[in-house]
Design a protein around this ligand. Sequence first.
Ligand code: GDP
Ligand code: MG
Length: 163
Amino acid sequence: MSFKVAIIGRPNVGKSTLFNRLAGKKLALVDDTPGVTRDRRIHPAKLYDLSFDVIDTAGFETAAPHTLQGRMREQTEIAIREADLVIFMVDARAGLLPDDKAFADIVRKSGKPVVLAANKSESRASEGGTLEAWEAGLGEPIPISAEHGQGMPDLRDAIVEAL
Ligand code: GDP
Ligand code: MG
């Protein structure tokens, strides 16, 4: 089976890091500066037995005639529309911020199958934020570490269940 997965979330939660891991390449720009991913990028990806296309999204677009918020929303909505499933990512160390809730609303309203990934979960400091992520209203948060490759089997199972 072939399907498309969009990684959605506010800037700096680790979307491009997961995209790179799934795509097996250093394609998307990863940076500490929010908003360095300038385009939506799509690339074939593998997660164990699953093959799919993964879509990375920019949280912000700079040279846009729209407001920053409007542009974020537009990019996000285009990616969600293209996708069969959404990985909605939060930063478990930061907890659930107002911006996360705004993105979560967009995802929920889309009606697409969604997996909630609580990223940056490699340390105990993320436990509180992972619990808080339940408040996104998108089901059970799956603790992962995109950077360290942790939680990938659970992510795989959650994708299969949600599809
Ligand atoms: P994006 O803006 O959502 O695409 O986020 P990036 O993938 O560019 O990552 C933002 C920052 O978070 C970078 O400094 C990454 O190295 C860092 N990061 C990504 N994943 C993890 C993780 O699992 N653990 C930790 N501690 N940092 C991470
Ligand atoms: Mg990015």
